[in-house]
Design a protein around this ligand. Structure first.
Ligand SMILES: [Zn+2]
Length: 101
């Protein structure tokens, strides 16, 4: 999937402030080096937000990478799609988390 590269990584690696696009996995949503959301719904590098206030997002990215290394990208992609559909279905039925699961 072609996405905007982390704008801080681009500056660090190239010295340029020009935006760059890279091919990444669908599951790479956070640049853990710079704590920037680079995943879904980022349509320009300026839209990359800092998820530091939501540490669960950062932990989820780390866990996803760990699971992908352990079980392989194909199995993780299947699980990712399945859980995405599950949560999407629950959201459409107005299910809300009262306590953190
Ligand atoms: Zn970065």
């Amino acid at each position: 999937m072609l996405r905007w590269a982390c704008r801080r990584c681009v500056v660090t690696r190239t010295g340029s402030t020009l935006p760059a696009q890279i091919w990444v996995s669908l599951h790479d949503n956070v640049c853990l080096r710079h704590n920037l959301w680079v995943g879904k719904n980022v349509f320009a590098p300026e839209q990359q937000l800092d998820p530091s206030r939501t540490p669960d997002v950062i932990r989820a990215q780390r866990r996803c990478w760990r699971l992908r290394r352990r079980y392989g990208p194909i199995l993780i992609a299947l699980c990712y799609d399945g859980t995405g559909k599950l949560w999407s279905g629950l959201a459409h039925r107005d299910y809300q988390l009262v306590h953190r699961a």
